[in-house]
Design a protein around this ligand. Structure first.
Ligand SMILES: Cc1cc2nc3c(=O)[nH]c(=O)nc-3n(C[C@H](O)[C@H](O)[C@H](O)COP(=O)(O)OP(=O)(O)OC[C@H]3O[C@@H](n4cnc5c(N)ncnc54)[C@H](O)[C@@H]3O)c2cc1C
Length: 473
């Protein structure tokens, strides 16, 4: 996978070059970098921690400078493995500097990165997004760091300058990774996982706090598969099945709907209380995979995993769902719009549970849901949910699968005033949604294809909405 980027700095090219090869500053600027130390004249060892949702990895890297042309260009090679040797990384990097005058410098970089092993399985599309974000944060840190007087400059020596070469630490070199270090039997190495069955959310949270590698277990549809693929290390499953309060769909005294986190997809799809504008949640549940998956998977598990292609996300976004959490610091509620922070990353803390999903009382109104998948039963390439707010006939549209979280643009959502007016308003909304999209390339479809699906899905969903409206009158 090829990554590239550029940024500009208010500093001279000589200073930028000196700092770009200064491990002291690099350690401060690379997000997740815990250590950088020098091995010899051209090689550094770095420990970098990466995290994508529940998948966490600690890479032991060696950065070897392969050529230097001060103050213009530096090339390097990065090789490394994860602590557990479950993934390996090889990257060829080039950084070059352009003097823009007035003590300004443009830094450009490109990197050919190859990740194999468990993180490779996670999907290069998501990995690319993660590394692009790291690049942006690096640039911000570097710009701030270069102007800071606190950063120690560790002098970098070329071969010629170095009269007495620094001795490499033999122990360090012994652990220096090779390019293909994954043991063949990695996936079959048994992780010893135990399961416990708390009966209250308080007990479940206590158990979560006891053990770093413990995870709530809902249906296991995703967690067990990820664990078996070596993507997560699970030492203790906290099975939520016996916690009664997490099950079922109920209408509260104020008319609001409460869906317990352990409610299975098939129960949501069959619910008789999700009517009117909330029917979109039923339709999304019915579109999930196939019957075995709908019998197994839960709404809480789907929200915690936050797969950008998950069917619920766009549907929950158009009905203003709220997510009730419980953890050691008590209960809190998060709106669906604030739920997802990044790819597979939510605001759920590792010691918190999702207790329930809350929906406003169903309005005598309409909704519709559309999904494009390669084959029936597959995850979506992209989705669209639409609902009409009963009072003002305001249309709400969310697109799923085209970014880490569903896309909405409330400023361009329009009022339903008759079919003839929809086209222009829809087109303007779609144009704005496309500018907000940030899709990945993956096995299900290219980023470009996903963008092209947005207008089609939005149009189809509007048609579904108008049909629902017509059939009720
Ligand atoms: C073959 C297959 C096809 C699928 N196709 C689709 C599809 O088309 N559309 C779609 O939307 N989804 C699809 N899914 C995903 C499915 O919808 C699952 O519901 C979802 O992945 C979560 O599974 P689960 O509820 O069993 O949770 P688990 O797998 O048990 O857990 C998933 C994650 O959520 C955490 N978790 C679970 N419950 C809670 C809680 N209450 N509080 C805090 N954390 C919690 C777990 O610790 C884990 O990290 C598919 C899954 C499979 C296996």
């Amino acid at each position: 996978m090829k990554l590239n980027g550029q940024f500009e700095i208010d500093a001279s090219r000589d200073l930028v070059f000196k700092q770009i090869i200064n491990p002291g500053l690099m350690a401060e600027c690379i997000p997740g970098c815990e250590v950088i130390e020098r091995i010899d004249s051209t090689r550094y060892r770095a420990v970098v921690v990466v995290g994508m949702g529940v998948v966490k990895a600690r890479f032991d890297l060696v950065v070897a400078i392969t050529s230097e042309d001060p103050p213009f260009e530096v090339r390097s090679q990065t090789t490394g493995v994860e602590g557990a040797r479950a993934s390996s990384l090889v990257a060829e990097n080039r950084v070059w500097l352009t003097d823009l005058g007035d003590s300004k410098t443009r830094v450009e970089y490109e990197s050919e990165v190859n990740v194999t092993g468990r993180l490779g399985k996670f999907g290069l599309g998501v990995m690319r997004k993660y590394l692009e974000k790291i690049g942006v944060r690096f640039a911000e840190n570097f710009k701030a760091g270069i102007l800071s007087a606190d950063i120690e400059v560790i002098p970098h020596k070329t071969h010629e300058e170095e009269s007495t070469p620094i001795q490499s630490d033999p122990e360090l070199l012994e652990t220096t990774p090779t390019a293909h270090p994954i043991p063949e039997n990695f996936e079959t190495q048994e992780q010893n996982s135990s399961v416990c069955f708390p009966e209250t959310v308080e007990d479940a949270v206590r158990l979560l706090m006891d053990e770093v590698h413990s995870f709530p277990l809902a249906g296991g549809a995703t967690l067990v598969a990820m664990r078996n693929a070596g993507l997560v290390r699970v030492e203790k499953y906290i099975c939520l099945e016996r916690i009664e309060t997490l099950h079922g769909i109920s209408v509260q005294d104020d008319g609001r709907i409460r869906i317990g986190a352990m409610t299975r997809h098939y129960e949501v799809a069959d619910s008789t209380v999700l009517t009117g504008n909330l029917a979109v949640i039923r339709q999304a549940a019915a579109a999930i995979a196939n019957m075995p998956v709908r019998n197994m998977g839960t709404m809480g598990g789907a929200l915690a995993h936050a797969d950008p292609a998950a069917d619920y996300l766009a549907a929950l976004a158009v009905v203003d769902a709220e997510i009730e959490l419980f953890g050691p610091r008590g209960a809190r509620t998060v709106g669906i719009g604030e739920w997802i922070l990044n790819w597979y990353e939510t605001c759920l803390n590792s010691d918190e549970l999702i207790k329930a999903i809350h929906l406003p009382p169903p309005a005598e109104s309409y909704s519709s849901y559309r999904k494009v998948a390669r084959v029936s039963g597959d995850y979506a390439v992209a989705t669209c949910a639409i609902s009409v707010e009963a009072h003002h006939q305001q249309v709400r549209i969310a697109i799923g699968g085209c970014g880490p979280a569903p896309l909405r643009d409330p400023d361009h959502e329009f009022v339903l005033r008759g079919e003839s007016l929809i086209d222009d308003e829809l087109q303007s909304l779609v144009k704005n949604l496309i500018t907000r999209a940030d899709p990945i390339d993956d096995v299900r479809g290219s980023a470009e294809y996903r963008i092209r699906l947005i207008p089609r899905l939005a149009q189809d969903a509007v048609t579904g909405l108008l049909e629902a409206q017509a059939s009720s009158s």
